[in-house]
Design a protein around this ligand. Sequence first.
Ligand code: ADP
Ligand code: MG
Length: 293
Amino acid sequence: SIEKLSDLEKLAVLGHGSSGIVYKVRHRRNLQIYALKVVRFEQDNIAAGIRRQADLEADILKQVNSQFIVRCYGVFDSCTEYSEASDLCFLMEYMEGGSLQDLLKIRRRLPEAAISDMARRVLEGLKYLHEMHIVHRDIKPSNLLINRKGEVKIADFGVSCRDGCCDFSCAGTCAYMSPERFDPERWNISGTISDGFAGDIWALGVALLECHAGHFPLIPADQKLDWATLMCAICFCDAPEMPSTASAEFRSFIYQCLEKDWRRRGSVGELLSHPFVAKNKSSSTEQLIDEFL
Ligand code: ADP
Ligand code: MG
């Protein structure tokens, strides 16, 4: 086990997110490779909020133990080696393939078999989280990571909530937000846990459709992604027409994820037994990763 951060040697930057920097690191003695996410806090009010959310992220990561979720081996407070400010560091399983967003930048579109395999894995991860009363709230391509074996796992609990404490703020990226999160009626009340779960399903539907369409799927490829256009597309427009190249099963699956009324949207259980995921048991992303890495 890793006792101190000075045991780790920084090799490269893997990614920048909203909350911090993720480094590729190597253990000085056993030479194991890990990912280290560093969330930094300055001394002000905003930092206090970030700190609270990062502490929750740490609590969640320490609690979860699933092959469908990126593993966290330890949380370290304030690592002086990387900065002088107060930091919270998450030592995580290294995902060699990077994020689904990275993969989409290179491949643009993925074959249906790979999307189906991805859907199954993310749904298994969400099932696990939802059973623990955790809503992820930020499912999107940059938070779905891929390892050398082509396995997709859920990462980044930076805006997650637990035990029904969800607020309806625009935490995370608004592009993958579900219609109910735009509903002004709910802005002043705390959401219930059940509509929170449905928001994760919506976001998964958008991400999977993006893998098929080759661009953010809710607005035309050439249109600018501004707030008003986005909100209209999410709340009022019909789900995008899927091309006839998509199988009937895939289309039906996506429409169940992108049902605007969260009460009628597919649940994790229903979607796991949907033929689009249930019929495909092979790891079809493996081949993609071989070409990609
Ligand atoms: P943020 O909360 O700042 O968005 P993330 O946890 O999503 O932070 O990480 C940001 C990016 O860093 C990811 O999109 C991914 O590209 C990269 N990354 C994060 N964790 C890992 C990991 N375990 N292995 C490989 N790359 C990672
Ligand atoms: Mg992220």
